[in-house]
Design a protein around this ligand. Sequence first.
Ligand code: TYD
Ligand code: MG
Length: 455
Amino acid sequence: MAKLKSVFICQQCGHSTSKWLGQCPSCKEWNTLHEEVISTSKKVVSNPSYTPGAEKSSPLNLKDVQSLTRERIMLEDTELNRVLGGGIVPGSISLIGGHPGIGKSTLLLQLALQAQGKVLYVSGEESEQQIKLRAERIGTIRDNCFIYAETDTLDILRQAKALQPQFIVIDSIQTIRSPGLESAPGSVTQVRESTAELQRFAKQTNIPILVIGHINKDGAIAGPKILEHIVDVVLQFEGDSNYRYRILRSIKNRFGSTDEMGIYEMVNSGLRIVSNPSAMLLNQSELVLSGSSTAAAIESARPIFIETQALVSTAVYGTPQRSSTGFDTRRMNMLLAVLEKRAGFRFGTMDVFLNIAGGIKISDPALDMSICVALVSSLEDFNISKKMCFCGEVGLSGEIRAVSRIEQRIQEADRLGFTDLYVPKPNMKGLDQSRYNIRIHEIRVLGELFSELFG
Ligand code: TYD
Ligand code: MG
């Protein structure tokens, strides 16, 4: 009988102590130590596939190491292929994190249903019937998708070995448990041990595993950071569940770039790939109103043109209200201060509301210029043509600073049919403008921008 022992384990970094402490001595986080019961029996805790005295490996000369010749598994989902850096690598383990209800289970079930080969979909959260219901909603059911509602890692891996699927989906890592450990599913020890077991299996059999992970309220994948260290790929599924669009972002990738993202749309029958992502957030109506302008933004190397909207009105109460949706409020306040001080627009007694629609988080600093234009357009009640777009970072002195990937922005603006693009002057050094039909306006400071726009 295994002896039971309880230890306190930091849920952030996995550090363990024998008594409770308010602050973790290792990562200095507060209130992260939780009690967990672990079994001290050597035989159970250690790797079940490990046999003492078995042949040990010795160091190899790198020249003699066989390179991985097995081809990547290409998925039907072209966006996921791109985010993974060109399909799944055999024997790899990928973690997909995201807030509840964002569509993680939908994405991976859809993948399992589309696959050419056999797929094992393990669910610790939903019953087979619930999954069937979801699958019927998503589309055609082929005869090579196997559902297994189980939480025990040994059983899961035994079945996987027998089935020999093309890949395995685990929904989710927080619900499965290793039978050798006493602590509850979802606890640090369980998450760590089950992931390690999955990884050993993946490496031995070359079957890749896709694991779903929950996210806690700070936006980090629940469980220890160690989890992100163990796995080969970490993807994040983002979006606002009130909106249709979802972004799959790569945070870590041992086999490709992290500068990739996939864009999906949640519809009644599952997730659809967005065909024209750069224009998806543009307002299609013909109506031209003051307070709105288009930004030529880039997110993870992909151009996304987005409408920025502002409403500036006289404050009714003593302290004016400042609020923004989809944009950092502090950055908005900074832009207001710059507009006031460097370009002479009076926002001091005005309520200011800013809105970037779509529910997609865009962190491109090139949004600044378009936001300034929207703010001034609303303040002065001056319409901005829908055929104009803007990109440029605004500095504290009102100077327009260079942005990344300017050629890509110009090309996309041209392709989408815009007639005028306002860009930072420092970006245009040595750039051949004759290749584009679009009129390019080079801007050095905010004042110059507004005298061009408003005459
Ligand atoms: P789900 O995949 O269960 O999210 P997660 O696993 O990340 O918690 O997605 C649930 C949401 O997706 C749910 O609120 C309904 C919506 N949805 C659709 O809009 N269309 C669909 O075809 C499906 C299956 C779900
Ligand atoms: Mg789910």
